[in-house]
Design a protein around this ligand. Structure first.
Ligand code: NDP
Ligand code: HSE
Length: 435
C-alpha cells in the first residue's frame, strides 16, 4: 500500500485531537483510502505544555522548520492559529510544493488570495475544511456537492463559543462571564476569546463561505460585524415572549434591485422559534444553505472542539493523500475566482426588520414622540409592548419594526436616543424571517 507521510505544526486542542483520532481510526482510513497515513513529525512550542490528548514524544520537535523542510513529509497540517507565524509556516510549506491542511480561518480570511496564489504557483493544494463549522463538511459541500448551484442565501450559526454562551444564558439565565469561562475550559474559544465574542471568528467563517458561494474573495473589512457582548438576559426574555430566539448569525445573501450585490454580515439576530436554526443549541453549529437548484438544505454538527475539528482535518488529509495517490494533480482548486466585479453591499443598504428596546419614562405622550420620529423616517411599527409600571418610573418599551433600510433605522434611533424621555442607549437587534 502507498504510504503518505504527515507533518503537523501545532499539538494543542485541535492538533492533539487529530493525533488521537489518527491513532484510533488511522487503520480504518488506510483500508478505505488504499493509502497508509504515517505521522513523521509534530512541532509544538513547548514539550511540557499540557495537552487534551497525549502526543508520542518521539515525534515531537520544537522546530517547525523540521516539519516543513523534511523531504519525506508530503502533507503539512497547520494547527497553530493566528495570522503571524502561521502564515510564514503555510507559505514555507507551499513553497516546497507540499500540500497544506489548515483549520485557520483567521489566516484564510485575511490572506486567502495570497495563499491560494502561492499554492497555484507551486502546484500544491491548500485544504481548509476545518476552518468553518468544525466537523461539518460545509466547504466540500459548497465547492463540490453544490457546484451546479447559485446561492441566494446562506445563514449560519458558525461560532460554537457564542452559541454555547447564548444557549446557556437563555436556558439557565446564566451570566455571560461564567459561561465564557466554561467555553474556554472546553477548548471552544479562540485565544483571545474576543475573536469569538466580538463576532470576528464568525466574520472570518461567513467570509470564507460567501467567497466560495459567490466566486469573489470577500474582503473581511467590508463584512459588517457585531458580537454578543451587549446581549442581555432582558432581551432574551422579551424575545422569548415575542416568539423569538437570539442567535449570532452569519449571513451571505444575494441582494437584487438597483444596486445588486451580496450582503455579508454577522450580528445577533432574532430568529422565529419555529425556524430550525432556533433549536441549534450549545456548541453546535448549523448552516442553512439555499441553492437555486437544490433548494433549502441544512447542515448541523459540532462547530468546535478537539474531536469534531479533528474529523474535518483528517477528511482534508484523506483528500490530499488521494491526490498524491493519483499522481499529485490538484483535483479541486482551493478557491476559484470565477466572478469579476463582485460587490459586498454596505450595511446601510440592507433592508431588515428590527426589535428595539428603549428605556423610557412612563408618562403621557412618550410613545407618540417616538412614533413621530419613526413616521417621519417612513419606518413602520408592527407592534408595541410595555410591561406595566408606575406612572413616572423608567420602563422598558419594546417595539417591533417593519422592513426598513439600515441607514434610515440608524438615523431614526440616533434621534430617539436624544429625546429627554429616553433614558439609556436604545438596543436594536435585527429580525430574520428567512424569506
Ligand atoms: P491551541 O492554542 O490549543 O494550539 C496551538 C498549538 O500551536 C499548540 O500546540 C502550540 O504549542 C503550537 N504552537 C504555537 N506556536 C508555535 C510555534 N511557533 N511552533 C510550533 N508550534 C507552535 O489552538 P487550537 O488547537 O484551539 O487551534 C488551532 C487552530 O485551529 C486555530 O487556527 C483555530 O482557529 C483553529 N480551530 C480551532 C477549533 C477549536 O475548537 N479549538 C475549531 C476549529 C478551528 P504548545 O502546545 O507547546 O503551546
Ligand atoms: N472558537 C471557534 C468557535 C472554534 O467557537 O466556533 C471553532 O472554529
Amino acid at each position: 500500500m502507498q504510504q503518505v507521510n504527515l507533518g503537523m505544526i501545532g499539538g494543542g486542542t485541535v492538533g492533539s485531537g487529530v493525533f488521537h483520532a489518527w491513532e484510533k481510526n488511522g487503520g480504518l482510513m488506510a483500508a478505505r483510502l488504499g493509502v497508509q497515513l504515517v505521522f513523521r513529525k509534530i512541532a509544538v512550542k513547548s514539550f511540557d505544555e499540557p495537552r487534551p490528548y497525549p502526543i508520542a514524544r518521539n515525534l515531537m520537535t520544537t522546530d517547525w522548520q523540521e516539519v516543513v523542510n523534511d523531504p519525506e513529509i508530503h502533507i503539512v497540517i497547520e494547527l497553530v492559529g493566528g495570522t503571524g507565524i502561521a502564515k510564514t509556516m503555510v507559505l514555507a510549506a507551499l513553497a516546497q510544493g507540499k500540500t497544506v491542511v489548515t483549520a485557520n480561518k483567521a489566516l484564510l480570511s485575511t490572506h486567502g488570495p495570497e495563499l491560494f496564489a502561492a499554492a497555484a504557483k507551486s502546484g500544491a493544494n491548500l485544504y481548509y475544511e476545518a476552518s468553518v463549522c468544525g466537523g461539518i463538511p460545509i466547504i466540500k459541500s459548497l465547492r463540490e456537492g453544490f457546484v451546479a448551484n447559485q446561492f441566494p442565501a446562506i445563514y449560519g450559526i458558525v461560532n460554537g463559543t457564542c452559541n454555547y454562551i447564548l444557549s446557556r444564558m437563555k436556558a439557565e439565565g446564566a451570566e455571560f462571564a461564567d459561561v465564557l469561562a466554561d467555553a474556554q475550559k472546553l477548548g471552544y474559544a479562540e485565544t483571545p476569546p474576543d475573536l469569538d465574542i466580538d463576532g470576528y471568528d464568525a466574520q472570518h467563517k461567513i467570509g470564507i463561505l460567501a467567497s466560495l458561494a459567490h466566486g469573489f474573495w470577500a474582503d473581511h473589512h467590508a463584512i459588517h460585524t457585531e458580537g454578543i457582548r451587549e446581549i442581555s438576559k432582558v432581551d432574551m426574555q422579551f424575545a422569548e415572549k415575542l416568539g423569538y430566539t437570539i442567535k449570532l448569525l452569519g449571513i451571505a445573501k444575494q441582494i437584487s434591485g438597483k444596486k445588486p450585490g451580496v450582503q455579508v454580515s454577522v450580528y445577533p439576530t432574532l430568529i422565529p422559534n419555529a425556524h430550525v436554526l432556533a433549536s441549534v443549541n450549545g456548541v453546535f453549529n448549523a448552516c442553512f444553505v439555499r441553492g437555486d437548484i437544490v433548494g433549502d438544505t441544512l447542515f448541523y454538527g459540532r462547530g468546535a472542539g478537539k474531536d469534531a475539528t479533528a474529523s474535518a482535518v483528517l477528511s482534508d488529509v484523506a483528500d490530499a493523500a488521494l491526490d498524491l495517490k493519483n499522481g499529485g494533480k490538484v483535483r479541486v482548486a482551493p478557491f476559484v475566482a470565477c466572478v469579476k466585479g463582485g460587490r459586498i453591499a454596505p450595511m446601510d443598504e440592507i433592508v431588515s426588520r428590527y426589535y428595539v428596546r428603549l428605556c423610557v419614562l412612563d408618562k403621557p405622550g412618550v410613545i407618540a414622540k417616538i412614533a413621530a420620529i419613526f413616521a417621519s423616517a417612513k419606518i413602520g411599527i408592527s407592534s408595541v409592548f410595555q410591561p406595566e409600571s408606575q406612572t413616572g418610573a423608567s420602563v422598558a418599551l419594546i417595539l417591533m419594526i417593519h422592513d426598513a433600510p439600515n441607514a434610515a433605522m440608524r438615523k431614526a434611533l440616533a434621534k430617539i436616543a436624544k429625546l429627554p424621555v429616553v433614558k439609556n442607549k436604545p438596543v436594536m437587534i435585527r429580525v430574520e424571517n428567512f424569506e
